[in-house]
Design a binder for this molecule. Structure first.
Ligand SMILES: C[S@@+](CC[C@H](N)C(=O)[O-])C[C@H]1O[C@@H](n2cnc3c(N)ncnc32)[C@H](O)[C@@H]1O
Length: 232
C-alpha cells in the first residue's frame, strides 16, 4: 500500500488497453495517440524542447502523475535533445498513485520507454512514510509529492518553468482546477514561465486568467477543438 492514507488507484481497461480511473470514470490518456497528445498538448504548447535547450537547469511541474506517460515522453525528448540543459527536474503532484502492475501495463505499448519505465519501477511504489519521493535518472530527477495537490502545491517551495495541468476532466474532478489551486500554480511559476493543459473549459480558463496568467486558446489534439496555454 502507498504511504499516505489513499489506496492505489482503481483501474479498468478499455479497448486498446488504455487505463481508465474507476473513481473518476475518466481515461488517463487518449486511447488513440496518447503519446502524440503529450507532445502536442504539453511539450509543444510549453515551447519545449526549445526553452530548456537554452537553460542549464529546467523545472517542469505537473498536476497528476498518473501512468507517468507525460514524464517518460518528456524524459525521452530531453535525453535526445537536451541542448544546453544539464539537469531536468520534473516535479509531479499525485494523490492516488497507480500500482506497479497497472503502470507497467499502461506503458507497455511503447518499448522504447521501457528502460526508463523499469528504472522507475525499481523505486515504485513510493515507500511508506515519504511525502516526497525522489527518483534520480541520469541527468534528470523525478520528484513525486504524494497527497492532495491542493495542499502539496501550497507546501512546495519551488517554482516551475513550465506546468503540465493534467488532472482528470474538470467536470469530473473540479478540485484539481479550482481558482485557489490555479492561484497556487501561478505563485509557483517562474517569471516568464508557462503552463499548458488539454482542456479549454471556460471556467478553467477564467481561473487561470484570474490567477494572473496570460491565457491563449490553441488548437487541440485529435477530436478536441481547443486546448489552453499561457505564460506568467
Ligand atoms: C489524467 S490523469 C494524469 C495522467 C498522467 N499525467 C499521465 O501521464 O499518465 C489525472 C491524475 O490526477 C490525479 N489526481 C486526481 N485528483 C488529485 C488531487 N486532488 N491531487 C493530486 N492528484 C490528483 C489522479 O490520481 C490521476 O493520476
Amino acid at each position: 500500500m502507498p504511504n499516505h492514507s489513499e489506496p492505489f488507484a482503481a483501474i479498468s481497461w478499455n479497448e486498446g488497453d488504455t487505463p481508465v480511473s474507476i473513481q473518476f470514470d475518466d481515461p488517463y490518456f487518449a486511447r488513440e495517440g496518447g503519446r502524440a497528445e503529450t507532445r502536442h498538448v504539453f511539450l509543444a504548447a510549453n515551447d519545449l524542447p526549445t526553452r530548456w535547450q537554452s537553460q542549464e537547469q529546467f523545472t517542469i511541474a505537473e498536476l497528476g502523475f498518473g501512468t507517468g506517460l507525460n514524464f517518460f515522453e518528456t524524459l525521452a525528448t530531453w535525453q535526445r535533445e537536451p541542448g544546453n540543459c544539464r539537469h531536468l527536474r520534473f516535479v509531479t503532484f499525485e494523490r492516488y498513485p497507480m500500482a506497479s502492475d497497472d503502470l507497467a501495463r499502461a506503458l507497455a505499448p511503447w518499448p522504447d520507454l521501457t528502460e526508463n519505465v523499469n528504472h522507475l519501477l525499481e523505486h515504485w511504489p513510493p515507500p511508506n512514510g515519504t511525502a516526497c519521493h525522489i527518483i534520480p535518472f541520469a541527468g534528470a530527477s523525478l520528484e513525486i509529492h504524494l497527497g492532495d495537490a491542493n495542499q502539496t502545491v501550497t507546501e512546495w517551495n519551488g517554482s516551475a518553468d513550465a506546468w503540465y495541468l493534467d488532472g482528470f476532466s474538470p467536470a469530473k474532478n473540479p478540485d484539481l482546477w479550482s481558482a485557489e489551486l490555479m492561484a497556487q500554480v501561478y505563485g509557483h511559476t517562474a517569471p516568464q514561465g508557462t503552463f499548458a493543459t488539454y482542456t479549454a473549459a471556460g471556467w478553467v480558463r477564467r481561473n487561470l486568467a484570474n490567477a494572473g496568467f496570460n491565457v491563449s486558446k490553441i488548437t487541440g489534439f485529435g477530436r478536441k477543438r481547443h486546448s489552453l496555454a499561457g505564460y506568467r
